[in-house]
Design a protein around this ligand. Sequence first.
Ligand code: SF4
Length: 447
Amino acid sequence: MALTGLQIFKLLPKTNCGECGIPTCMAFAMKLAAKSADLAACPYASDAAKTTIGAASKPPVRLVKIGPADHEVLVGNETVLFRHEKTFVHPTAFAVAFSDAEPLTETCHEIAKVRDYCLERVGEKLELNLLLCDNQSEEVAPFVELVKTAAGATGKGLILRSSNPAALEAALGVLDGQRPLIHAATPENAEQLAALALKYNAPLVAHADTLDALAALTTKLAGLGVKDMVLDLPSSNPAAAMQYNTVIRKMALKSTFEPFGYPIINFLGGDDLPSMVADASTLICKYASILVLDRMDLQLLLPLMMLRQNVYTDPQKPVQVEPKVYAIGEPGTDSPVLTTTNFSLTYFLVSGEIENSGVPAHLVVVETEGMSVLTGWAAGKFTGAKVAAAIKASGLEGQIKSRKLIIPGYVAQISGEIEEGLPGWEVLVGPGEVIDLGPYLKKQVSL
Ligand code: SF4
């Protein structure tokens, strides 16, 4: 049961020391009640307070683990309805469905595509997470063959979908210890599927046709001892799916309604690509923990991967690269030296333009806690003194002859401070826009 801010406040030390990063215990209590702070931030909380508040603040959406340890997919554990309130925690897991009614030779080819798919963007590898094996044949042998092939070829976690408990049990038997997600328990087969989930220590989808029936089903499954569940409520159209997802997540977070305190699975199919992208985008933003695609389609995946990455980036922690000197191309001792911040997007834009220009260069990336150039400068994180210190600490001066440093055009004002900190260096103010960097570099090396 959730505690109010006042109830939590009564359990805190009430010394207003501020060490939690918040000036008063009352303000900290309010944040704890809103699930936007962590009790661990208060070093003086008593054991009794930790026990009481900890129990009350257990994640309203259960964390569910799917797949083998080396390809484990985590879903759930969300605490906010809107990303800007804190952050979304576990990205929507993308799954691709395969049917055991299709010839296995053709399916193998598509399964290999799932295994090999990898899109690299701003330093992150974006991949497909799960495969759904669909027992459309309703027979045991082809289902088990498909499951063996999918697991063996990819090593990724599986979702096993069948209305035949014998087929599910046979497939679970060949996936010992790999925690596949079982689809699905219904009001009719709840006891049988709960027994399978418990026997094989596998998470279980709860599938019902209405919100009321779904709440009754998860309550029943929990009573049977099933802890790790995923919710499936079929919908006739994308608007209804979004509405159901929103009701479920809102009741879990705002009313602490335990029957809906689980991740959600949604299914996507169709022939019209733009509509599929629009529908999938809505579900990614509105609480789909797992999104099952009915086929492997590169045109569909590209926008979805990028959207997922953007939505599930912590707004409080900009994506960063390691601050150090990067060699772009094969720079020599006379190659240009440039500097920028360690905001990932800035780094990849700048390094990409340098690479495209064909001019090898040394790029000194300064630690700015992931802030971009202008933000870092305004926050005092990208100063002339920090740039000079980064170059000195890197040892670059001992490795190159060049003593010219190109800085971003928008922070021309730090050039004097850099020259003070780096005697003998000349600071050149580069272009403000990264798109102009290539022509600027070519001009510099031709001088
Ligand atoms: Fe209060 Fe603990 Fe925060 Fe100090 S660290 S202000 S005692 S909640």
